[in-house]
Design a protein around this ligand. Structure first.
Ligand code: CP
Length: 303
């Protein structure tokens, strides 16, 4: 495997191996401190990011490597009209591996075809965000001790939220997983996810609009932000943005071992009063992002 564009390119065995490597890195970071000595990661971010870009960069530093790149399209020659392929070919002259985020679906795939070095999709439009999914899986594995036999609630913008699409694709591989999809009518899961993943694999799921009625049965609650940048119409965004706000009141009927995840950034979806609840795992999830990206860099560089 040269690149990672879509989580579906990884076999379940490869995902499990990445999770095991990440756990080993957490236990014995000193064993990995010089593995990427002399290697360079280029972070090409055409769209804003805090967690993904900085965790990739921290991951490479902790492997003993170096980082170069840009964090906005306007500070690169994309602003002068350079194509994604030409930028990737240029960067491949300087770096050993690329992590790319782009607002257009398919841009990291185009880059991966243009260069001989590995390209990691760090989020392409409303399409895929495979390293977030790996982060989510590592977090579930660490919080729950398993990836099977879980009731997973996904709540919020299930239409534009690329992390939810990839999470459903990845978690559908594990036995005994059931999804509860909680969203307003306008932000329901897209048809291809429903047909190609849930129906095709006979994965049990239900769709509802009430978070309150879903909460008691959940093992995992995956909250998402309404994706303002993907809306065509500001009025629709304003109407839908506060559809779900998780507050201590709403959590009262939840299981005592519920795990609350959010890919972040959050806007209003989770009250800050929840942050001190031991079930709130979203900042532990952020920390896991660095370890799983370290494991992925090692795999793609064949170090
Ligand atoms: N979860 C995530 O992709 O966060 P950033 O947009 O900050 O990278």
């Amino acid at each position: 495997m040269k690149d990672l564009i879509d989580i579906q390119e990884l076999s379940t065995g490869e995902i499990n191996d990445l999770i095991e490597t990440a756990k080993d890195i957490i236990q014995q970071p000193e064993n990995y401190a010089t593995r990427c000595s002399g290697k360079k990661l280029a972070t090409l971010f055409y769209e804003p990011s805090t967690r993904t870009r900085l965790s990739f960069e921290a991951a490479m530093y902790e492997l003993g490597g170096h980082v170069l790149g840009f964090s906005e399209a306007n500070s690169s020659s994309a602003a002068k009209g350079e194509s994604v392929s030409d930028t990737a070919k240029t960067v491949a002259c300087f770096a050993d591996i690329i992590a790319m985020r782009h607002p257009k679906e398919g841009a990291p795939f185009v880059a991966s075809r243009a260069v001989p070095i590995p390209v990691i999709n760090a989020g392409d439009g409303g399409h895929h965000h495979p390293t977030q999914t790996l982060t989510d899986l590592l977090t579930i594995a660490r919080e729950k001790g398993r990836l099977d036999n879980l009731v997973i609630g996904c709540c919020g913008d299930l239409k534009f939220g690329r992390t939810v699409h990839s999470l459903i694709a990845a978690m559908s591989r594990y036995p005994g997983v059931r999804f509860v999809l909680i969203s307003p009518e306008e932000l329901k899961i897209p048809e291809p996810v429903r047909e190609e993943i849930l129906h095709k694999q006979n994965i049990p799921y239900s769709e509802l609009s009430s978070l309150e009625s879903a909460i008691p049965e959940l093992d995992i609650l995956y909250m998402t932000r309404v994706q303002r940048e993907r809306f065509f119409n500001e009025a629709d965004y304003v109407r839908l943005k506060d559809s779900y706000i998780l507050s201590p009141d709403k959590l009262r009927p939840a299981k005592s071992d519920l795990t609350i995840l959010h890919p972040l950034p959050r806007v209003n979806e989770i009250s800050t009063a929840i942050d001190s609840d031991p079930r709130a795992a979203y900042f532990r999830q952020v920390a896991n992002g660095k370890f799983i990206r370290m494991a992925l860099i090692l795999k793609l560089l064949e170090v």
